[in-house]
Design a protein around this ligand. Structure first.
Ligand code: ZN
Length: 482
């Protein structure tokens, strides 16, 4: 089969974390609100109303552009992007055209074990459109309603150059992008709730020297659907070319249920939108000292933090990657290390038990009741063999739900712990005395008999001993008894 060269560019919209909309005082917390309750003449586009720029939105967009290493332009201009759609009452969207917030940036991330750089073409701000509703909310059958609550919500759009060459790279880029906008507090990046949306331009070419015809894929609502949609679209284009056909430049929608992309319409070119500067909004000068101030508020970004975790704590690239993807998890990890500087041990607990509990409860670490102090207390007790790993896992589960210190939880659950090795030694001896047959079996070479004895001790301690310690104590007793 002939080789094909895949080229992908991504356009991502993120809802900016502002309290009010981009050009009016309406609130932005539209999720769960009755349709058309967060609207006013400005965001409804009633003639005669005047937009007033939300400076916070511009500041967050500049912060995003800086995180993506863009040059910040000295002046931003708002353009009208004209098109008709029922969810756009004004008949145009206020966006940016030739004077966006930032240009010529880049982002780096790990993908399939190597570090990759993707160039960022531009970062700009724009307002969101409303939403069509096709069912529910008392709508009669075969009719649609329109909800304008989302109209005018500020978005930042991050556009890459066509530097991505596989669905895997696209997914890893998106994971990094989401992590970054969350780190800097620009967006919650929640794709399922629509606060992060991704469109892809995909082309396939038989030659590395020229690009194929670009197809835009829309309507992907999760990281998984981006991955599946890109896979599907690449294979579809390859098939068209192999059969001697031509790929048509168009927009295609991803159909999640059917697992395929479907032709939606011919692709518009920029000239179709008749961009022109919004006469109601003056250009905004961006002062270098303001940019500097914003730059100072940037935290250590996920990639830098990941690389620091690798060198400072000797973690592997993938361990550091998981720990630094969410800022709160990385902060929690480092708070633990301030109290107990054993990165390897804390990392193991974080990556297994802590993440497992968060997944099972479907919460993030800030919503759970666990604190770095209580986790460290627990790890220390296991480390000193004061409680077994099994008991520790039980206690940890309880910590996530109801909080509290290890000893409080043990008292509440009626768990005692075996502090002294002397006590365990006594129990181990007792198990040996009570089970002469197993001892004889073990001494005649039956490994299994040792497991039986370990089980007996665990039973006598109600599972509160560390099995490894029990094993070594039993071995000591058995060899001294020979
Ligand atoms: Zn409004």
């Amino acid at each position: 089969m002939a080789d094909f060269y895949v080229t992908i560019g991504l356009e991502v919209h993120c809802q900016l974390l502002t309290r009010t909309k981009m050009f009016c005082q309406c609130g932005t917390d539209y999720i769960g609100k009755a349709p058309n309750t967060l609207v006013c003449p400005v965001c409804m586009g009633i003639p005669g109303s005047l937009p007033v720029l939300n400076e916070k939105a511009l500041e967050l967009a500049i912060k995003t552009a800086l995180a993506f290493r863009c040059e910040i332009l000295p002046q931003v201009v708002f353009h009208r992007k004209n098109y008709f759609y029922p969810d756009l009452p004004k008949g145009y969207q206020i966006s940016q055209y030739n004077f966006p917030v930032g240009v010529n940036g880049f982002v780096e991330f790990f993908t399939q074990g190597t570090k990759k750089r993707v160039r960022i073409k531009r970062v700009h701000v724009e307002e969101d459109a409303g939403k069509l509703i096709h069912e529910g909310l008392g709508l009669p059958p075969n009719s649609s309603g329109v909800d304008f609550n989302r109209c005018g919500i500020p978005l930042v759009e991050i556009v890459t150059e066509p530097d991505i060459h596989s669905p895997e790279e696209a997914r890893d880029y998106l994971v990094m992008l989401r992590s970054m906008v969350r780190y800097i507090g620009a967006s919650d990046g929640n794709m399922e709730e629509g606060s992060l949306r991704c469109d892809a331009n995909v082309s396939v070419s038989p030659s590395p020297l020229e690009l194929g015809t670009k197809v835009e894929v829309k309507n992907m609502n999760s990281f998984r659907s981006v991955f599946r949609a890109l896979h599907y679209e690449i294979e579809r284009q390859k098939r068209v070319l192999l059969e001697g056909g031509m790929v048509i430049q168009e927009t295609r929608h991803w159909d999640e249920r059917e697992g395929m992309t479907v032709s939606a319409r011919g692709k518009e070119e920029a000239e179709d939108y008749r961009y022109f500067p919004d006469p109601d909004l003056l250009p905004v000068a961006i002062k270098p000292e303001d940019v500097e101030e914003i730059e100072k508020t940037l935290p250590e970004l996920p990639l830098e933090r990941r690389e620091r975790f690798m060198t400072e704590y000797e973690l592997t690239e993938s361990e550091a990657g998981i720990l630094t993807q969410e800022k709160d998890i990385a902060d929690f990890f480092e708070a633990c290390l301030r109290e107990f500087r054993k990165p390897r041990l804390v990392c193991n607990w974080m990556l297994t038990e802590v993440l497992k509990n968060l997944n099972e409860l479907n919460i993030d670490i800030m919503q759970s009741k666990i604190t770095p102090g209580s986790l460290v207390e627990l790890i220390k007790m296991v480390d000193k063999k004061e409680i077994s790993g099994t008991i520790a896992k039980d206690i940890l589960e309880e910590m996530f739900v109801s909080g509290g210190k290890v000893k409080e939880i043990m008292a509440r659950k009626g768990i005692s712990f075996i502090t002294s090795e002397k006590e365990l030694e006594r129990i181990a001896r007792e198990a040996i005395e009570k089970n002469p047959q197993s001892v004889a079996d073990y001494l005649s070479g039956k490994e299994k008999a040792l497991h039986f004895l370990i089980g007996q001790v665990m039973k006598m301690t109600r599972g509160q001993a560390d099995p490894e310690t029990v094993k070594s104590l039993l071995l000591k007793e058995l060899s001294s008894g020979e």
